[in-house]
Design a protein around this ligand. Structure first.
Ligand code: FAD
Ligand code: UDP
Length: 380
């Protein structure tokens, strides 16, 4: 293959790489090569149809698109329409089902009360006073207890978090909890975002459309590290794989969390009545059960449903999904970042490249920003 004809080589066809490739081709009219090691485009957002039930599911875990960022919303709509799916999550604790994120219904149901919104604050204050800490929260556990008190934390957060991260919540940073709002009303929406939904014809089509420009060549089943010596040194490289791997782990390995999924079909048209049911207790080995038919209320599926149990574990290097932002990894990534920033013509970014817990809209925003504030100028 002649790598010298490409102005930009992009490693990874997830949102980060695909947005950059699309922008360079359609805005700057330059040739781009996208290298993807998997046998499909789309990174972790990929979706496929289960052959047995005909139900579309997200191969690497349920992905709900949500954003309040106008720039991202305007951009993504060029490539897909969204359905009217609205994300709501429930959690099972001791064989009872509760609303998640914790809202007034969760609190009232758990304590057997009928508090009004204006009574919640003083009620939780009394619960929190039992575990008062005299300094700002220093970790995930302290933050959770300072928000909702120990009983709700132990029921709905502690076990789930331990299973999800394989770490004691005391070792995790408090910001992970910022993803999970605590509500003193009956609002059941998982997100506060202005727009949300699932692509009407699946995530795969978004990536097909993004990469359809004739100036973009995509090669699958190709690992960048196997061909990197053939790439001319002055080519602009956008790398969206793990940052530590780019540097051959020379300062040590970053840890990632991975997921394992168990698919099952059932002879009913509805198994659990919702797309995601969390399981709060540590003794239940999986974190949640997905039922993907609920992601597409606008579609008609048959009478057999599909469920997917999600198990979380530390990655052995084969399938890195989630950066683990504890102190060791946060310190280590700063060392790699310094090296990355010193490189000429190489941009290391995306969820694995930045080692950040980006949602899709944040990944798209980061790619659009890099294009506008770096790549556009560089390729002029
Ligand atoms: P990725 O999607 O990981 O893409 C990176 C690509 O690079 C991959 O295709 C990989 O194969 C390829 N690659 C890596 N190394 C090499 C190499 N050496 N050579 C060639 N190719 C390589 N976001 C939301 O907004 N809502 C959600 O509900 C949501 N749920 C999620 C659930 C799970 C389980 C996970 C893991 C993430 C979820 N996200 C969600 C986040 C979303 O997946 C990311 O924001 C997005 O996929 C990041 O895109 P990316 O391009 O940075 O990385
Ligand atoms: N969380 C929890 N109980 C739940 C759901 C979430 O304790 O039922 C915590 C958990 O620590 C998780 C964090 O809240 O890592 C953020 O949840 P989110 O659903 O955003 O995680 P995702 O799976 O999307 O990364």
């Amino acid at each position: 293959m002649d790598y010298s004809k490409y102005s930009v080589i992009v490693v990874g066809s997830g949102f980060f790489g695909s947005v950059i490739a699309e922008r360079v081709a359609s805005e700057l009219k330059k040739e781009v090569l996208v290298i993807e090691k998997r046998n499909h485009i789309g990174g972790n957002c990929y979706s496929e149809v289960d052959p047995e039930t005909g139900i579309e599911f997200h191969t690497y875990g349920t992905h709900i698109f949500h954003t309040s960022n106008v720039k991202v919303w305007d951009y993504i709509q060029k490539f897909t329409e969204f359905n009217n799916y609205y994300h709501q999550v429930l959690t099972t604790f001791k064989n009872k089902v509760y609303q998640m994120p914790i809202n007034l219904e969760t609190i009232n149901q758990y304590y057997g009360l009928n508090l009004k919104p204006f009574e919640v604050e003083s009620f939780l204050e009394k619960e929190k006073a039992k575990d008062r800490i005299d300094h700002p929260p220093r970790n995930f556990e302290e933050k959770a207890i300072s928000l909702i008190g120990r009983p709700l934390y132990e029921a709905f957060i502690k076990g789930y978090t331990k299973k999800q991260w394989n770490k004691d919540p005391k070792e995790l940073p408090e910001f992970i909890l910022n993803r999970l709002p605590i509500r003193k009303n009956y609002n059941e929406s998982y997100y506060y975002s202005r727009w949300q939904g699932i692509p009407k014809d699946g995530y795969g089509k978004i990536f097909e459309r993004m990469l359809s420009n004739p100036l973009i060549t995509t090669v699958l089943n190709t690992n960048y590290f196997d061909i990197k010596d053939q790439i001319p040194k002055d080519t602009i490289l956008i790398y969206s794989g793990p940052i530590d791997q780019y540097f051959d782990y020379k300062f040590g390995k970053l840890e990632y969390r991975t997921l394992r999924f168990e698919k099952e079909s059932h002879p009913y048209d509805d198994f659990q009545g919702t797309s995601v049911m969390n399981y709060a207790e540590e003794t239940v080995p999986f974190t949640r059960i997905h039922e993907p038919r609920h992601l597409h209320p606008e579609r008609t599926y048959g009478n057999t449903t599909l469920t997917i149990k999600e198990f979380s574990s530390l990655d052995d290097g084969s399938n890195p999904y989630y950066p683990i932002n504890d102190k060791r990894n946060t310190d280590l990534v700063k060392v790699y970042r310094k090296e990355a920033d010193a490189l000429e013509n190489v941009y290391i970014s995306g969820r694995l490249g930045d080692y950040k817990y980006f949602d899709m809209h944040e990944t798209i925003d980061a790619a659009l920003t890099l294009f506008e504030n770096g790549i556009r100028e560089k390729l002029k």
